[in-house]
Design a protein around this ligand. Structure first.
Ligand code: FAD
Ligand code: NAD
Length: 475
């Protein structure tokens, strides 16, 4: 006999656990199965995001940034500290504590919403049936009218440079280093490369980032990417563009990396290498022979705009399906699917998903880049405002970067926004909300922004769209 549910979710990352909680809120009998195991053998809900991604990386970014400021910036404020030192063990303990609190919080939320949190693996067999095998090997058959697949993603391994878990590692291992590697090589100058490169650089590593493409942050607005590259290089991150890594040799003195650039074959000797060349969807062991679920050529579970797989009652969300691999994108898909299962009207606005890189300064954007606006062929207007003219940023000693807002020239609707600067990840929220409500540049212009705040730079950029900035000379 199989145990019956209304909804079974496989995977408890930010896509799956959110879907399960929302289904529970709808009064649906819900189970959420997750097989995550930490290096120490402990189990936890929360998936990549809470255990090995967003949360631990942001904890280390904060610790390392404070250390960097104490050493390099306090004196500008007149503060002298004597020698500042860093206890990596204490930093890692703080990070582990935050992860533990938040993953424990999911267990509590499952209980509060009457979701059965099951630790172990789930395999969808077709016809609403799911085989659940606990970590102890106990097997149970479950059945539900709706099954939500939310199994996430895993790091891409380079064939020529396989992970060895010690010298050549993925992002998870790179969050767990117990000592600062004197020389760190980072393969991939994307989001993970820049965030983790920043962490270890601030703590004292000599960091070299090898990025295969000639363009830096190809997905970002060019003007912002160019400025960001300048800032990161100034901080001492050695970012080499157009550098294709071809081999790695692990020896007594670390790892010898070979890479090709415009001038030929180059060598780089480092102590450790982080491979951060992207992630791929993870569906290993998920689909039984009768599942009938289709994968695309890159291994993503095929879904429509509403995350339906095409098999009746089977949905898929998060990193395992098309779209940006972002926690908030997965969570919103989880909410949408649970609402649709409950018979409500729901959708995800894929055109308005914010992206943030948590470096210092942060990089944040939403909607179209200027290049995409140009390509669309429709007339557009651009307003920019530099943090150098923002009082709050000056006071924070972080007056770098700018806000850039792009609006349609026809109807003034905001179609994109790009920020490089302090707290860019928080500032972008205002524009995301504006775009969700179809705000025009004039709407932002006529909204009162408190003084002195960083958000005044957003206000001024909106004014600059129509050459009305007050604290800058207009075009
Ligand atoms: P996951 O979080 O990967 O969760 C999937 C879960 O399913 C896992 O627990 C897995 O064990 C489980 N599972 C898989 N197969 C089965 C099975 N058959 N049975 C049972 N369980 C199974 N995104 C952001 O938005 N902001 C950030 O700041 C950010 N920082 C990141 C930093 C790093 C270093 C990394 C690696 C990623 C970061 N991301 C960030 C990306 C973010 O972590 C992912 O987009 C997000 O976790 C995807 O959520 P998900 O629920 O789809 O998958
Ligand atoms: P990414 O796609 O952001 O960057 C990978 C980079 O590696 C690209 O610039 C690519 O050109 C480069 N690359 C690929 N092959 C290479 C090679 N052989 N040699 C050198 N460079 C190579 O991927 P990521 O940084 O690994 O991150 C994975 C996912 O996790 C991303 O989709 C991202 O959205 C998500 N993530 C998000 C955040 C955040 O939201 N702040 C943080 C970390 C990760």
């Amino acid at each position: 006999m199989s145990e019956k549910y209304d909804v079974i979710v496989i995977g408890a990352g930010p896509a799956g656990y959110v879907a399960a909680i929302r289904a529970g809120q709808h009064g649906l009998k819900t189970a959420c199965i997750d097989k995550w195991k930490n290096y120490d053998g402990s189990t936890a809900f929360g998936g990549t995001c809470l255990n090995a991604g967003c949360i631990p990386s942001k904890a280390l970014l904060e610790s390392s940034e404070l250390y960097h400021r104490a050493r390099e910036e306090f004196s500008v404020h007149g503060i002298s500290t004597g020698e500042v030192s860093m206890d990596i063990g204490a930093m890692q303990k703080r990070k582990a504590g935050i992860v533990k609190q938040l993953t424990g919080g999911i267990t509590a939320l499952f209980k509060a919403n009457k979701v059965d949190g099951l630790q172990g693996s789930g395999e969808f067999l077709g016809d609403g049936k799911v085989r659940y095998v606990s970590h102890d090997g106990e097997e149970k058959m479950l059945e539900a009218e709706h099954v939500v697949l939310a199994t996430g993603s895993e790091p891409i391994e380079l064939k020529s440079i396989p992970f060895d878990e010690v010298n050549v590692v993925d992002s998870w291992r790179a969050l767990e280093f117990d000592a600062v590697p004197p020389r760190l090589g980072v393969i991939g100058g994307g989001v993970i490369g820049l965030e983790l490169g920043s962490v270890w650089k601030r703590l004292g590593s000599e960091v070299t980032v090898l990025e295969a493409m000639d363009d830096f942050l190809f997905m970002a607005d060019r003007q912002i990417a160019k400025d960001a590259l300048r800032q990161f290089k100034r901080q001492g991150l050695d970012i080499k563009l157009g550098a294709k890594v071809t081999a790695a040799e692990v020896g007594d003195s670390g790892v010898a990396l070979s890479y090709e650039d415009k001038t030929g074959t180059q060598q780089l000797q480092v102590d450790k290498v982080v491979v951060a060349v992207g992630r791929r969807p993870y569906t290993e062991g998920l689909l039984g022979a009768g599942a009938g679920i289709e994968l695309d050529e890159r291994g993503f579970i095929k879904v429509d705009e509403e995350c339906r797989t095409g098999v009746d009652g089977v949905w898929a969300v998060g990193d395992a399906v098309r779209g940006p691999m972002l926690a908030h994108k997965g969570s919103e898909e989880g909410v949408m699917v649970a609402d649709l299962i409950a018979g409500e009207v729901a959708e995800v606005n894929y055109a308005v998903i914010p992206s943030i890189i948590y470096t210092a300064p942060e990089v944040a954007w939403v909607g179209k880049t200027e290049e995409q606006a140009k390509e669309s062929g429709l007339p557009y207007k651009v307003g920019t405002f530099s943090f150098a003219a923002n009082g709050r940023a000056k006071g924070m000693e972080q007056a770098v970067g700018m806000v850039k807002i792009i609006a349609s020239a026809d109807d003034d609707l905001i179609i994109g926004a790009h920020i490089l600067g302090p707290m860019a990840g928080e500032l972008i929220g205002e524009i995301v909300l504006g775009m969700e409500f179809s705000a025009s540049a004039e709407d932002l212009q006529r909204t009162i922004h408190a003084h002195p705040t960083l958000s005044e730079a957003v206000h001024e950029a909106a004014l600059a769209v129509d050459n009305r900035a007050i604290h800058a000379i207009n075009k």
